[in-house]
Design a protein around this ligand. Structure first.
Ligand SMILES: C[C@@](CO)(OP(=O)(O)O)[C@H](O)COP(=O)(O)OP(=O)(O)OC[C@H]1O[C@@H](n2ccc(N)nc2=O)[C@H](O)[C@@H]1O
Ligand SMILES: Nc1ncnc2c1ncn2[C@@H]1O[C@H](COP(=O)(O)OP(=O)(O)O)[C@@H](O)[C@H]1O
Length: 284
């Protein structure tokens, strides 16, 4: 990335679900969750050039995702519809976050597009209005728009900001992709967990109800979890496939990563209670 590119780039950070409970199911089939979201400093990067002709175009292809289905393109068009804005955009996206990894990369790309174009187009929507446009794009998009680590309920749209420790995480990316829908359709998924409180989570209840199903269906996830057990235990983010372990300092996380088997992809990243998108927004 050149210096000029870096100055104009917008981050789309990953999230981790530090716990995830499935506490019910709505009549439309969506599952009621309890979860805790925290951002990490590992991101996709996006660039926007405003167009006067109203067209929204994606300049970098993403394997397996057609332009009209791309969440950045859908987000830009949703913002146009909601505001009547006649401007368009050329959108570039440098992907670093794996797809189907439970890191929310597509959702984060969509949220960054909403926040950035709201500024670049001068459409002036507040956080509340942007979040309302975000939810139909995906259950995870609102938390990225709001940009604060959060306790989430419902399908992730009821969000309460939380201040958490910001440790270092070793995130392993097993060589498989998990479709969120497949996990939620699985007959053996626990769907009636007892709801807990934030205090329960803070005292150590970090259950992820998707884990037993994902562990069984995806041997690659199981072996990553087994390997992390030597480092204090691995946890699944969202519906996977990524798993993570928590460290007090970066050096120890890097040491663990350096000892991981060669076939294991991954990275070390810091937990963040504020999304870097908020900082980019202030910068203009
Ligand atoms: C589970 C979570 C936890 O953060 O993360 P991921 O593992 O996908 O990152 C999210 O709630 C995912 O959010 P997101 O990835 O935006 O999901 P969506 O596109 O809205 O939904 C994909 C599909 O999963 C199912 N789904 C999703 C969310 C939910 N609460 N109940 C569901 O049953 C639905 O069948 C839906 O069609
Ligand atoms: N810009 C995008 N980046 C990633 N995935 C996208 C994008 N646009 C649409 N998608 C679709 O969204 C799906 C979920 O992607 P992603 O949010 O990265 O994973 P997850 O929900 O597991 O964290 C992808 O498999 C892909 O089909």
């Amino acid at each position: 990335m050149t210096d000029r590119d870096r100055a104009r780039a917008w981050p789309a950070p990953a999230k981790l679900n530090l716990m995830l409970r499935v506490v019910g199911r709505r009549p439309d089939g969506y599952h009621e969750l309890q979860t805790v979201f925290q951002f990490i400093d590992h991101s996709d990067w996006l660039w926007f050039d405003v167009r006067e002709d109203g067209a929204v175009r994606r300049l970098d292809a993403i394997a397996g995702v057609a332009e009209d289905d791309d969440l950045t393109v859908r987000a830009a068009r949703a913002l146009q519809r909601a505001t009547g804005c006649r401007l368009g955009a050329d959108i570039r996206c440098e992907k670093h976050l794996p797809m189907g990894g439970g890191l929310g990369g597509g959702s984060s790309d969509a949220a960054t597009t909403l926040v950035a174009l709201n500024q670049l187009w001068g459409t002036g929507l507040d956080e509340e209005a942007l979040s309302a446009i975000a939810l139909p794009l995906g259950a995870d998009v609102p938390v990225f728009v709001r940009g604060r680590a959060a306790w989430g309920e419902g399908v992730g749209e009821r969000l309460e900001p939380v201040e958490l420790p910001e440790p270092w995480y070793l995130v392993l990316v097993p060589p498989c992709s998990v479709a969120t829908r497949d996990v939620f359709c699985h007959p053996e998924l626990t769907r009636d967990s007892r709801p807990i409180t934030l205090a329960d989570f803070l005292s150590g209840d970090v259950t992820n109800d998707c884990l037993p199903v994902v562990r069984r269906e995806y041997p690659e996830v199981e072996s990553a979890l087994d390997w992390l057990s030597a480092w204090g235990g691995g946890r699944l983010t969202g519906t996977g496939a990524c798993v993570f372990a928590v460290f007090d300092d970066e050096a120890r996380a890097l040491e663990a990563f350096s000892r991981s088997p060669a076939r294991m992809q991954g990275f070390v990243a810091r937990g963040l209670n504020r999304s870097p998108v908020l900082g980019r927004l202030i910068q203009g």
